[in-house]
Design a binder for this molecule. Structure first.
Ligand code: NAD
Length: 270
């Protein structure tokens, strides 16, 4: 049985850990060629070894790139096209949540700028070079109507709701991802390029768990989660797979929430 993204070519940033790692595994399982991109090459190569062992029939590779650098993103997209001959799926997923990010009074400008550089400019550049590559995708009638491509940008639930445990730069950066994604989706809709955001809830990945390093900090959040637990990276990867595949062919410009109900919640169940 063919996979849900059989023969498509995908690039995933932040593929060495968390959502990116689980997405790389899932995309390969569903038949896509995958380029794993991460600033941490060792982590990306570890993920690559898993893919090559489990899914030897798909093409896969790993490269080092810092999404906060335009030249790195351009090189990564060029590499995907060189390896796979096209780019169908771009998952702009890499992001940071800096431990010194705080409220309006305490956040230093350098933390703000670093966060914006990676979380906002990184997504902008990822979209820019993906769009340029997708426009050149060779025609392939076997792929059906939706030949342009699918771009997925990782935002966050914090783009949709405020937290009294502030990380101001991070929150602002994810709000920017949502707004930018909507506008890009409109600009490129007639080219068959779909661009959606995915909004994960709080997850059990290093990004959040390194920060919530005491039970007290975790409990401060857990009480607000309707399902009473943090999410798993693979649960978000499954949402990304849906947005990447033609199953979501009539979706563009959306804020796709995979948040365990958090953003719909006033009072949590007992
Ligand atoms: P993670 O820390 O497990 O993985 C992030 C990966 O991105 C790492 O492998 C890291 O090396 C890589 N990375 C960091 N900076 C990079 C850069 N400049 N260039 C290239 N790669 C870089 O994190 P995760 O939880 O999987 O987060 C992935 C995305 O999901 C991020 O955008 C994050 O903001 C978002 N998100 C996470 C949560 C959560 O609770 N974990 C919630 C909402 C949104």
């Amino acid at each position: 049985m063919p996979g849900r993204i059989q023969n498509k070519a995908a690039l995933i940033t932040g593929a060495g850990s968390g959502i990116g790692l689980e997405s790389a595994l899932l995309f390969a399982q569903e038949g896509a060629d995958v380029l794993l991109v991460d600033i941490n090459l060792a982590a990306a190569e570890k993920a690559l070894a898993l893919i090559q062992q489990r899914y030897p029939n798909v093409k896969s590779a790993a490269i080092k790139a810092d999404v906060g650098k335009e030249a790195d993103i351009k090189a990564a997209v060029d590499k995907a096209v060189e390896l796979f001959g096209r780019l169908d799926i771009m998952f702009n997923n890499a992001g940071i949540m800096h431990p010194e990010d705080d409220n309006a009074l305490n956040t230093e400008e350098r933390i703000w700028d670093l966060t914006m550089q990676i979380n906002v400019k990184g997504v902008w550049w990822g979209c820019k070079y993906a769009i340029l590559a997708m426009r050149k995708n060779p025609e392939d009638p076997a792929r059906g109507l939706h030949t342009g491509g699918s771009i997925i940008n990782t935002a966050s639930f914090v783009a949709l709701m405020g937290a009294a445990t502030p990380q101001l730069a991070y929150t602002a950066s994810k709000g920017a991802v949502l707004a930018m994604t909507r506008e890009l989706a409109m600009v490129h809709a007639r080219e068959g390029i779909r661009i959606n955001s995915i909004c994960p809830g709080p997850l059990k990945t290093p990004l959040l768990m390194d920060f919530l390093d005491t039970q007290e900090k975790r409990d401060r959040r857990l009480v607000h989660l309707p399902m009473g637990r943090f999410g798993e990276a693979v649960e978000v990867a499954k949402g990304a797979l849906f947005l990447a595949s033609d199953d979501s062919s009539y979706m563009t410009g959306t804020d796709f929430k995979v948040d365990g109900g958090l953003t719909s919640c006033y009072v949590t169940p007992l």
